[in-house]
Write a protein that binds this ligand. Structure first.
Ligand code: NAD
Ligand code: IPM
Ligand code: MN
Length: 383
């Protein structure tokens, strides 16, 4: 759209007419149907504290949300043996506009089979192949890196501190995650699946997004020097890059990229990688800008909204203490609103979060003393 920052190039929106192109939010009185799976550990706490914030933003911007809470998670699994029953899966597939998830993972389920069925099951079965994870420094003091960029040959210093702002496009339906394992003698073999269709479409999504958002550099990361199958990434990256004149395409091996992200995070704009590398880079990226408590994520198919869950997990040690940071979940809700066609609401939420952090109202993980609900209320008051 003309707004540039608003919509996916080829449309992540169910109905692009709902999108506002230049800052005006189109009034849409239909409520979006949003399924909510709080899940385990801090999941229910961060989700329930984020929902009133999102409600406030929706009301302000003239749209509604109908939240439908579903019970799936470790408690439900341990009580009933159900992970995600088929009728619930079909309901999530056919009847809702978006799925909003807290986190799944519980020490009482060491095999993590409920999370595999619910989280990975939804990603695979709904073909949510784009895992979009922005890494943005919301306040200068949130980075653990030196403010001046750390010395010769390193950039990042300017009057406002460092400017870290890139996005990770993580492939989310292939790789080692498919769980294709077998036993040979006493060896456990895990197969990594890289299909031309799967690799090409995530690379294309990264370039499409770069073009739609005025970015000039896309970095692809693999380990083709050690893993021959990754030459598929090399070939398809070259092919797709050739279609995007004006966007520089570069390659980094994943080990070198990890180093370079710590040394010079400012130089990166868009990073595309496979499922496992993208998972690891997500937490590294989060740490560069303040940690998992503020890291948002969207898991998308082409052409519609999808599943929205923060990068972090269930942080079991924090469960029930009221000190979990809800910002990751609030910003994940902002991504959800963006993909439901309400970019102005998304920008407003981001602004309110930045102002809350700047005012020093922070959960303990980012150096404050506010509670989960205290942070959420502070964001609401800035909306
Ligand atoms: P984690 O992300 O749950 O927590 C790691 C550490 O990060 C925590 O100990 C805590 O110090 C900090 N942290 C994370 N989120 C925070 C928040 N909102 N506020 C304050 N601090 C926060 O990772 P883990 O400990 O490796 O995993 C715990 C469980 O979560 C495991 O079962 C794992 O499989 C699962 N998990 C689920 C998801 C998901 O559902 N999307 C993602 C990652 C991990
Ligand atoms: C994430 C999580 C999940 C993943 C786990 C819980 C399976 O770490 O969403 O980043 O690896 O995808
Ligand atoms: Mn992860």
């Amino acid at each position: 759209t003309s707004g540039g920052r608003t919509v996916w190039a080829a449309g992540a929106l169910r109905d692009s007419n709902e999108a506002d192109g230049g800052g005006r939010e189109r009034k849409n009185m239909t409520a979006h149907r949003i399924a909510v799976i709080g899940g385990d550990g801090i999941g229910p706490e961060v989700v329930e504290s984020a929902i009133p914030v999102l409600e406030r933003a929706a009301a302000k911007h003239g749209f509604g949300c109908a939240w439908e809470r579903l019970p799936y998670g470790a408690d439900h699994y341990l009580a009933t043996g159900e992970t995600l029953p088929e009728p619930a899966f079909r309901h999530l597939r056919d009847d809702v506009d978006a799925i909003f998830v807290g986190a799944l993972g519980d020490p009482r389920v060491p095999g993590n089979e409920h999370a595999r069925d619910i989280l990975l099951g939804l990603r695979f079965r709904l073909d949510l192949y784009i895992n979009f994870r922005p890494v943005t420094l919301l306040h200068p003091d949130l980075t653990p890196l030196k403010a001046d960029g750390g010395g010769p040959g390193r950039t990042g210093a300017d009057e406002g501190g460092r400017r870290i702002d890139f996005v990770i496009f993580r492939e989310n339906t292939e790789g080692l995650y498919l769980g294709r394992t077998r036993t040979e003698g006493d060896a456990q073999i895990a197969e990594e699946v890289n299909t031309p269709r799967g690799v090409e479409r995530i690379i294309r999504a990264a370039f499409d997004w770069a073009r739609a958002h005025g970015r000039s550099l896309v970095t692809m990361s693999d380990k083709s020097n050690a893993v021959p199958a990754h030459h598929l990434w090399q070939r398809l990256f070259r092919d797709v890059a050739a279609e995007f004149v004006g966007i520089e395409a570069e390659h980094r091996y994943i080990d070198a990229l990890a180093m370079e992200l710590v040394r010079r995070p400012e130089r990166f704009q868009v990073i595309v990688a496979n499922n496992l590398f993208g998972d690891i880079l997500s937490d590294l990226g989060a740490a560069l800008v303040g940690g998992l408590g503020i890291a948002a994520s969207a898991t998308l198919p082409r052409g519609r909204a999808g599943l929205f869950e923060p990068v972090h997990g269930s942080a079991p040690r924090h469960a029930g203490r009221g000190d979990a940071n809800p910002v990751a979940t609030i910003l994940t809700g902002a991504l959800m609103f963006e993909h439901l066609g309400h970019p102005a609401a998304a920008r407003d939420l981001e602004r309110a979060v930045r102002e809350t952090i700047a005012a020093g109202i922070r959960a303990p993980d980012i150096g404050g003393r506010a509670t989960t609900t205290g942070v959420a209320e502070a964001v609401i008051s800035r909306l």
